[in-house]
Design a protein around this ligand. Structure first.
Ligand SMILES: NC(=O)c1ccc[n+]([C@@H]2O[C@H](COP(=O)([O-])OP(=O)(O)OC[C@H]3O[C@@H](n4cnc5c(N)ncnc54)[C@H](OP(=O)(O)O)[C@@H]3O)[C@@H](O)[C@H]2O)c1
Length: 417
């Protein structure tokens, strides 16, 4: 993902990157194609959500987004709508048309066969099966092809898909909002709004681009979060809730029947969930509580209640190792679930027990820390649940101001597993 100093919500970035190569109507039609992509986000996995618009003499004659996997791609939906009018038209498409036989025939051939005259593509597809071949095919058939309209927008939207294509696993983004003194709430378990509007809009942009958000059951019980990208009006990701007890209030916002995206509970028995909520079991050994002796103090620091001195140091090393092993196993199991669901990117929003799983195991790709200039000394600190050798593979990537807050972004050299 590309971070700018101030991150506008999805759909706005083209304004800052206008190029004389394109006319205002080119921008308008590509923005419409992105809107079509938004309409189908979450319904196309494991395929990317692509949008296409066909235009003739300044009029839209066909438009659409990718249908569920195995069905028509966006270009075909638009071509079907346009019918014979497609002859001599211009196609605006948010990702390079495919050129290979997958579950559906190549879009590039359909575009050629329909007599489309010009194709405008936001970004090339890094998929080795496509990688410029679709564009070459179109050009060889005599179509005028241009690439790069709203490319920055496309790069951000498809960051998860591009990651997935190159690494064969979903991208894991861990996001933490904290006070200057590293606290995540103003008192243990309290719901606390930490950052200002700009940082919240940035976070909602992350939500809009992710396929799913993962939270812990305690965050659900305490905060009853909505987890939609409402500040940027983007497509809502699926919501995943990690639990062992299964104790989840039915009146939670994420269980409302009119939500636009799925809610999935991972762990617990799955009993007494609303019928429209999906449930995925976790093996009992993965949901085991942290080793005995670990208790969180009021300030959230993990301490031992029983032991002290040298013995404590030795035992805490063993506990650390055990916890890290548990975290690694659980992180791998969660990654397998994400892969089965076809996600390209997952945003881990917290709280501490969920961050811990990914941060301790090293199975994450981006750590985004949003810091507000305030002190919350009575709150819980997130670093308290991390193992001693945590953070060794972290690389600093970016620093940016977001209103009164600031963002620090870290990456990992390469995740294990
Ligand atoms: N500042 C921020 O960015 C931010 C973000 C999110 C949350 N928060 C704050 O964080 C606090 C809550 O965080 P928290 O750390 O107390 O709780 P949490 O991480 O949100 O959730 C903890 C719960 O997750 C489930 N869980 C943990 N490990 C598990 C495992 N191995 N297998 C299955 N389920 C497991 C358990 O659910 P059951 O109890 O149901 O078994 C556990 O009680 C709240 O104050 C919230 O406002 C802050």
């Amino acid at each position: 993902m590309v971070l700018r100093k101030k991150s506008p919500p999805p759909g706005k970035s083209q304004a800052s990157a206008k190029s004389p190569r394109w006319s205002p109507s080119d921008y308008r039609f590509m923005a419409l194609a992105f809107a079509e992509a938004d309409n189908v986000k979450g319904k196309t996995l494991p395929n990317p959500a692509v949008g296409a618009v066909l235009v003739k003499r300044g009029r839209v004659i066909g438009r659409g987004g990718t249908r569920p996997a195995g069905q028509a791609h966006a270009e075909i939906v638009a071509l079907e709508q346009a019918g014979a009018q497609a002859l001599g038209s211009t196609l605006y498409v948010t990702l390079e048309p495919c050129s290979h036989h997958g579950r559906t025939p190549p879009c590039s051939l359909a575009v050629i066969a329909a007599g489309v005259a010009k194709v405008v593509v936001a970004i090339r597809d890094p998929n080795p099966k496509v990688g410029g071949r679709g564009l070459r095919q179109l050009r060889r058939a005599g179509l005028e092809v241009s690439v790069g309209l709203m490319e920055e927008e496309a790069r951000e939207r498809y960051a998860g898909f591009f990651f997935f294509i190159t690494k064969s696993r979903p991208q894991i983004m861990v996001k933490i909002a904290q006070s200057l003194d590293g606290r995540i709430n103003d008192r243990p378990g309290a719901r606390t709004s930490i950052t200002g509007k700009s940082a919240q809009a940035f976070s909602h942009g992350l939500r809009a681009r992710a396929d799913a958000i993962l939270i812990g059951a305690e965050t659900l019980r305490r905060d009853n979060p909505d987890l939609t990208p409402r500040l940027v009006k983007g497509p809502p990701p699926e919501v995943l809730i990690l639990t062992r007890s299964g104790r989840l209030p039915r009146k939670s916002k994420v269980f409302a029947p009119d939500r636009q995206s799925a809610t999935v509970v991972i762990g617990g028995s799955g009993k007494s969930l609303p019928a429209w909520v999906e449930h995925i079991e976790l093996p009992l050994e993965l949901t085991a509580k942290p080793p005995e002796g670990l208790v969180a103090s009021a300030a959230g620091r993990v301490t031992s209640s029983k032991i002290s001195g040298k013995a404590e140091s030795a035992r805490s090393k063993i506990r650390d190792r055990k916890t890290a092993l548990n975290d690694l196993d659980l992180a791998k199991a969660l990654l397998a679930i994400f892969a089965t669901r076809g996600y390209h990117s997952v945003l881990v929003e917290g709280g501490r027990s969920v961050w811990k799983v990914f941060l301790n195991s090293g199975l994450f790709d981006q750590l985004l820390i949003l810091t507000a200039p305030k002190l919350m000394s009575k709150g819980e600190s997130w670093e308290a649940v991390l193992s001693q050798d945590w953070g060794k593979s972290l690389n600093f990537r970016k620093f940016a101001s977001l209103g009164t807050d600031f963002l620090a972004e870290f990456g990992t050299s390469d995740a294990q597993g």
